[in-house]
Design a protein around this ligand. Sequence first.
Ligand code: ATP
Length: 323
Amino acid sequence: MPQTDGLSDEILIDVDGLVKTYGSFTAVNGVRFQVRKGEVFGLLGPNGAGKTTTIEMMEGLRKPDGGTASIAGYDTIRDLRKVKEVIGVQLQSTSLFDLLKVREIVEMYASFYPKSVPVGPLLADMTLEEKAGDRVKHLSGGQKQRLAIAIALVNDPQVLFLDEPTTGLDPQARRTLWDIILRLKEKGKTIVLSTHYMDEAHVLCDRICLIDKGQVVALDTPANLVRSLQSENAIEFRLPQADLASPRERTELTDTLRKVQGVKQVELARDTLVLYTDHLQQSLTGLIREAELRGWKLTDLLTRTATLEDVFIHMTGRSLREE
Ligand code: ATP
């Protein structure tokens, strides 16, 4: 089928029913998706969702207990050598050699491949040219991450894997990295990115695979995912006096809230209630009237535009930020 979003319709990654178990625990449970050439594909989910395990099976670093993954037509088990030629993997910055200089370490990795890109322009692309002569141990967190990406790019891979590249970085360093990722996309790289930051996924990804407890819970463009909520606004609040652990009380409460004017959907994420509406003012007035009538004390009340976070709450009943 011809694509209308400017991306190629060539499938570069095919993940088909991947499963990974650790003892009796299933960390990845039948994950299936395809990634097109030139796409930035996001795996978004909370800690422990199975993102790293999925990525490492795609990279051929972990052996699946079920299913297959192929990159550019090469199976990640059978054709691992070929897979390694077409992928770039961002190392954890902790595994970089502290005492080497930036240029030396990139040159060392470049020497491992029969064909590599020139190191100078690569460092410039990663805004590291001024750091070329510095030792790794003197780099900031963001600079180390950019160095790890430079190393992943030395063999000019078709597919770049970035596993939570901005975790632990300050906002400025995150933005710099986002710019770099968007520039790599412009150059035609296919990028698989895992993150638990929904703003990051929204800004960077053509499509997002929402993953929870080892399973795909939704997969679409960020805009379509948010649109699937069918409501533009969210009203959030807590009711500390309500016993939300009681199923009866929970049902009564959500039934009542669903009847508030304009409310289309009601979700409960841990102890926070979320009402979705296209008529914010009407629903807010209705909620406050209901609260007065029933003697509820609303706390932490806020209104906002619906986001990917809400899609996650809708699909799982939990928040992305929950541990
Ligand atoms: P995070 O954001 O915390 O990195 P993630 O989505 O990448 O999370 P994974 O690292 O893939 O999640 O882990 C998925 C689950 O599998 C977790 O519950 C984790 O504890 C478990 N797990 C991962 N590796 C192993 C292992 N080697 N042995 C046992 N359990 C493991």
